[in-house]
Write a protein that binds this ligand. Structure first.
Ligand SMILES: Cc1cc2nc3c(=O)[nH]c(=O)nc-3n(C[C@H](O)[C@H](O)[C@H](O)COP(=O)(O)OP(=O)(O)OC[C@H]3O[C@@H](n4cnc5c(N)ncnc54)[C@H](O)[C@@H]3O)c2cc1C
Length: 484
């Protein structure tokens, strides 16, 4: 009874801050907020939709004062459980804060609220001849706040860098409710690079309420091509050879046979369904440079066994090729009810070897695997296809995933390239960091605030009550904490 009263008064206080229509608290209303794009679930006690920095600060102060967990959330497309309310509490959804406050074409920057959808920013910048570079495949729905928190990458980050290279300043509500600015409109502010520290902190250091980001000029010329291979090994060799030649394409993506099988069913694109793999390559820049570089890339692809090279002849062709790449994960639904997406990084020179081992591991567990990934960055995304309705598959898919992570680390790689650690990978942190490293990172977090209830149990397993690692959630159990 006492707990019920506490929850009722919490809901009342939140309604007082944002208005009753912007607070959800029944299980039916909150069901879509119990998960993100990963495979774990946990129901919050309440979901709140603030519209101003001041409201965010008041909510955070309220949660702090009553010792209730708080979890920032954007669009909920995260792939490591970062926005899952593992200990219940308040989910603060930032999607109402979706205004582009300023586009400054002279200084090539924009100031945005955290709930702005990634693609909307590029669309609004386009009339100025500018765009926002980081383009996660989820860019039609994911938010800039989520991108900042995850330091998101995307197909076009190979040449121009991931989110951290494009953020100049952040307005942030710290875990105790204080509002601060990190960085600002200028490059290279004096003092510690706290903006850089905050980017990629996975919603554990505070809530982004404004971001100043860089915009880039839309390239004068762009050439998009698909190199078709019989064997994925040859495609992997071509990736290393292209980068070694000194050409850095804007994008260099690999799509394997299983993924092609899904994509051709879902999207209007003519990827050859009998290919072992295709590389989707884009070169951009000044017209003459693009011609020269794409000729060099085509020559390397042919030398390394491409049986065919298709070049996009029109903007519509290009769009179709990209729609297929960016829709690839959704298309996997054609092949299996569930997929578990992994996110490892390996040296490009080890791609061939690691992909073979990924295939062997999945064969041993009797799972099909579809690979579609940012090959130029060595950022693998094996997607293990499974069916959670079959007893034991959810457990075994995680075991297979853990083996794949180990392989990535063994060859000199690491456990995440862009999806973050969140809940899913925290059990793997010890593969790449010593206890001393982890303790040092926790000290950094504590320097922002040692509020244990702020997005608890993410990245680190060491906080009280967070367990040692990530386990399969009990899917029918909707209660808070089903992750633990
Ligand atoms: C089909 C698909 C394709 C994807 N492709 C890519 C890809 O190519 N590259 C890539 O990097 N990722 C990709 N992702 C993963 C995901 O889209 C990104 O991580 C994205 O940045 C998450 O944004 P979001 O708004 O959905 O954040 P959420 O999932 O809501 O949250 C993610 C994390 O950010 C925190 N957070 C959210 N908003 C804020 C805020 N304002 N302040 C502080 N913390 C906050 C949350 O607490 C959580 O820890 C893909 C996901 C899907 C489903």
């Amino acid at each position: 009874m006492a707990t019920k009263t506490k929850r009722t008064s919490l809901i009342g206080a939140l309604e007082g801050i944002v208005g009753a229509e912007f607070v959800l608290h029944t299980p039916e209303d909150m069901v879509v907020f119990e998960y993100d794009g990963s495979i774990g679930k946990s129901l919050p006690q309440v979901v709140v939709f603030p519209s101003t920095t001041e409201q965010v600060a008041q909510i955070v102060r309220l949660a702090y004062s009553v010792d209730v967990p708080i979890v920032p959330r954007g669009a909920g497309t995260g792939l490591s459980g970062g926005a899952v309310a593992v200990k219940g509490g308040i989910v603060v959804t930032l999607t109402r804060m979706n205004r582009i406050l300023e586009i400054d074409p002279v200084n090539r920057q924009a100031t945005v609220e955290p709930g702005v959808i990634n693609l909307h920013l590029s669309e609004q910048a386009e009339p100025h001849g500018l765009y926002y570079v980081p383009d996660p495949s989820s860019q039609r729905v994911c938010t800039i706040g989520g991108n900042v928190a995850e330091n998101s990458g995307g197909p076009h980050c190979l040449a121009y860098g991931v989110t951290t290279n494009h953020v100049l300043g952040l307005e942030v509500v710290l875990p105790d409710g204080e509002v601060v600015w990190l960085g600002g409109p200028l490059e290279d502010m004096p003092g510690y690079d706290l903006t850089g520290l905050f980017v990629g902190s996975e919603g554990t250091l505070g809530i982004v309420t404004k971001a100043i980001v860089k915009l880039y000029p839309i390239a004068e010329s762009v050439r998009t091509l698909v190199a078709v291979y019989e064997e994925i090994d040859d495609a992997s060799r071509a990736v290393s050879a292209i980068i070694a030649s000194g050409v850095i394409p804007a994008a260099l993506e690999m799509i394997d046979k299983v993924t092609i099988e899904a994509v051709v069913q879902a999207v209007d694109v003519e990827y050859p369904s009998d290919a072992g793999a295709v590389l989707l390559i884009e070169v951009d820049g000044l017209k003459e440079a693009v011609e020269q570089e794409s000729e060099a890339v085509e020559a390397i692809c042919r030398d390394l066994g491409a049986r065919e090279i298709r070049v996009a002849e029109t903007p519509e062709d290009r769009e179709r090729l990209w729609a297929a790449r960016k829709g690839a994960l959704a298309a996997l639904g054609r092949l299996a009810p569930n997929y578990y997406i992994l996110d490892g990084v390996v040296p490009r020179s080890r791609l061939m070897d690691v992909l073979r081992r990924v295939g062997e591991i999945c064969d041993r567990y009797d799972f099909r695997v579809a690979n579609v990934f940012h090959a130029g960055d060595g950022n693998l995304h094996p997607n293990i296809l499974f069916d959670e309705r079959i007893p034991g598959q959810s457990e075994r898919v995680l075991e297979a995933g853990a083996e794949i992570m180990q392989v990535c680390v063994e060859v000199g790689g690491t456990i995440t390239g862009e999806h973050g650690v969140g809940l899913e990978k925290k059990g793997f942190m010890s593969l790449v960091f010593s206890p001393q490293d982890i303790a040092a990172m926790e000290k950094v977090r504590d320097a922002f605030s040692s509020v244990e209830t702020f997005n608890p149990c993410k990245i680190f397993s060491t906080a009280k009550g967070c367990g040692e690692g990530w386990r399969v959630p009990t899917l029918p159990d909707l209660g808070p904490g089903s992750f633990l």
